[in-house]
Design a protein around this ligand. Structure first.
Ligand SMILES: CC(C)(COP(=O)(O)OP(=O)(O)OC[C@H]1O[C@@H](n2cnc3c(N)ncnc32)[C@H](O)[C@@H]1OP(=O)(O)O)[C@@H](O)C(=O)NCCC(=O)NCCS
Length: 199
């Protein structure tokens, strides 16, 4: 009940699709001018700033959210891992500003999945425009290219984005006690490729 109420409140705070289409036009931007590409070392400062902003928008009630310095340190540490076990895709607008990102990694924990969609964030002004679907489509292509055929994601039941995971065919994963804690699984990534836009 608490989760449902919080999800309802958070969902009310989200911008509408119409408002974001208007904003995009006001900024002289077009959806097809957004670029999705792999992150590079030189993106770290912009990625850390984006991470802070998008995370704060997603979890507005957290009193002491992670700072820019923390995020920068975390991404620097991530880049030191050069074993191809992870990737990060960023979305860049025509002014070369980062507006979203997704991180994928190999999954080796107890559930039977090969990949994990570990992070997924778009700035609020760019939500509800189909960019999330496009970004996850790219993540799936990356996983498949690495031979990773299934994917898991750990979210929270109070997050309105769980509706997004259901729209892209994620299946709820229930804990042993029968409770849903916000995890979703995709057993056959190749089978859902057709629901994502072609790049
Ligand atoms: C989750 C997120 C990446 C989705 O991206 P998006 O661009 O907003 O979603 P899309 O426009 O691609 O939506 C695709 C479909 O998902 C569904 N959907 C997405 N968000 C939804 C919501 N809050 N409620 C209901 N349905 C939703 C819709 O059916 C939509 O299809 P439609 O536009 O044809 O109706 C984005 O909203 C986001 O960054 N949210 C905040 C960060 C976050 O919560 N990340 C997850 C942390 S675990």
């Amino acid at each position: 009940m608490k989760d449902t109420l919080l999800r309802f409140i958070l969902n009310l705070r989200r911008p509408t699709k119409a408002a974001n289409i208007k904003l995009l036009k006001q900024h002289g931007e077009a959806l097809n001018s957004l670029l999705i590409r792999e992150v590079t070392l030189s993106d770290i400062p912009a990625l850390a700033a984006l991470h802070v902003k998008a995370w704060n928008q997603t979890y507005p009630f957290v009193k002491r959210p992670p700072t820019f310095e923390i995020r920068q340190y975390q991404w620097e540490e991530q880049f030191k891992q050069t074993d191809q076990s992870w990737f990060c895709l960023i979305v860049e607008n025509s002014q070369k500003e980062l507006i979203g990102f997704a991180k994928g990694q190999r999954y080796t924990d107890k559930l039977k999945f090969e990949g994990e969609l570990n992070k997924l964030y778009l700035l609020q002004d760019y939500q509800r425009l189909g960019i999330g679907r496009r970004l996850v489509g790219n993540v799936i292509q990356h996983f498949l290219a690495k031979g990773i055929k299934s994917m898991v994601l750990f979210s929270e039941p109070s997050n309105p984005s769980i509706r997004f995971y259901e729209a892209i065919k994620g299946e709820r994963i229930y804990a042993e006690d029968g409770k849903f804690h916000g995890a979703y699984g995709w057993n056959d990534l190749a089978a859902i490729v057709p629901i994502f836009p072609k790049e």
